[in-house]
Design a protein around this ligand. Structure first.
Ligand code: NAD
Length: 393
């Protein structure tokens, strides 16, 4: 059934495929920019990806103002301030973010600070707090997971208070997303696995949470189908360009889906796990997904039942009795986690991933304050979230 009303907005220009990077100078010119700050991290530099980007930009009229490569996992407001100072000192007029979600969101944070002409990023936490047009940003994802290249969200860790700050605004949408096969070939198998499970979670939550709509459904469905068909190949044969590009497009489409329909309980708890215990976002998603889906089963069973088709394929969907499809969908996700554990050693419990049992109450309290909870079809209180965390432990 169609919702009585919905909105869908995605103005990001998408360049996907061979030599996509080589189009960046032209895109910046169209945006009236010529002196970008490149934001990245050490892992991306070590994988030699910045040299590929620099080569692709060579011979054009643009000048790289500076390269900031100190982004840590999940970023922080200190890191954003440091990179913003470099943007100003080097007289930059735009941003090229080359990295995973941590890098892309750092660049979004820098954009807030320089465009709002502020020193206090925290003032802008929450929804629709930005007032000024942002500087042009080009996003070059090097993991296939977060979809941040097409989302209105930035997630930045608050190290002091140990929670993840969420910033949402249409103004945060990058101008251009560049998916180039050279950018994800070097992602190690375990990160390939957990980031793909992040994309899968975006699609599952987009398809089942309160703001779902026919357009976000279509993106979510297509994303899940690609994850099913290409995840194992990307994990076991990392240099396979077709599989890498399939996952890059899956992550992007899942990002489009959830940027419009938002995410729910899995993300609310996952952000809290990441904030309190500093475990990788995709890993938290993979572990929590089946338990949260079971918790949501009362309201989401019809949607999960439908999703068995893209998650397990048409044969399995038809073989499974309609009344059993939702449960089977959750079971298939558990099987995917176990397969990824066998292939890459990806942990499948919170305990294995290093979360301390005594942190669970703190995680549950933090999750209660996360905005994503608002969009979940089932309410969840402290005791219910503790119940989920204990099962996932
Ligand atoms: P990440 O950006 O933290 O990167 C993980 C690791 O992979 C890093 O060590 C990095 O150096 C390395 N890496 C990245 N690309 C590589 C490559 N091509 N080759 C080799 N190594 C590479 O991880 P992520 O999962 O992409 O991003 C997670 C962050 O994104 C979290 O903070 C999460 O909360 C946030 N997030 C944001 C959104 C959004 O819409 N803005 C959505 C989901 C998650």
């Amino acid at each position: 059934m169609l919702p009585a009303y919905f909105q869908f907005y995605n103005p990001v220009k998408i360049l996907s495929g061979k030599k996509a990077l080589e189009n960046i100078p032209h895109e910046l010119e169209l945006l009236n920019a010529s002196r970008p700050l490149i934001v990245t991290d050490k892992g991306v530099v070590q994988a030699d990806l910045i040299n590929i980007v620099k080569e692709a930009l060579g011979g054009s009229n643009l000048t790289i103002g500076a390269v900031y490569d100190k982004t840590p996992p999940d970023s922080s407001s200190t890191v954003v301030s440091e990179a913003a100072a470099i943007f100003r000192e080097a007289n930059c007029d735009s941003l090229i973010a080359v990295g995973g979600g941590s890098v892309l969101d750092t660049a979004k944070g820098v954009n807030i600070v320089v465009s709002e002409n502020t020193t206090d990023l925290m003032k802008f936490i929450g929804a629709d707090r930005l007032t000024k047009p942002m500087r042009p940003m080009i996003a070059v994802p090097t993991t296939a997971g977060t979809g941040s290249e097409v989302t209105l969200v930035a997630v930045i860790a608050n190290e002091e208070k140990r929670f993840k700050m969420l910033f949402t605004s249409y103004l945060l949408l990058p101008k251009v997303a560049v998916l180039d096969p050279r950018m994800t070939l070097t992602v190690p198998p375990r990160i390939t696995a957990s980031t793909a499970m992040d994309a899968l979670t975006h699609a599952v939550e987009a398809y089942s949470c309160l703001q779902k709509n026919p357009l976000s459904d279509a993106y979510a469905w297509a994303a899940i189908d690609l994850v099913r068909r290409y995840l194992v190949t990307a994990v076991t044969d990392g240099k396979n360009e077709e599989a890498r590009m399939a996952l890059a497009n899956a992550a992007l489409m899942a990002g489009c889906a959830f940027s419009n329909s938002m995410v729910g309980l899995i993300h609310a708890i996952g952000h809290a796990v990441g904030g309190v215990s500093r475990i990788a976002h995709g890993l938290a998603m993979a572990i929590l997904m089946p338990w949260c889906m079971e918790y949501n089963m009362g309201r989401c069973a019809p949607y999960y039942g439908e999703l068995l088709f893209p998650i397990a394929g048409p044969d399995e969907f038809l073989r499974t009795a309609p009344g059993k499809r939702a449960d089977r969908c959750v079971e298939v996700i558990r099987e995917m986690n176990l397969q990824l554990n066998r292939l890459t050693g990806m942990p499948v419990t919170l305990k294995e991933s290093g979360v301390k049992r005594e942190s669970l109450p703190d995680i549950a309290r933090t999750a209660l304050g996360d905005g994503a909870l608002t969009f979940n079809p089932e309410d969840a209180d402290y005791n219910e979230i503790m119940g989920i965390l204990k099962k996932a432990y």
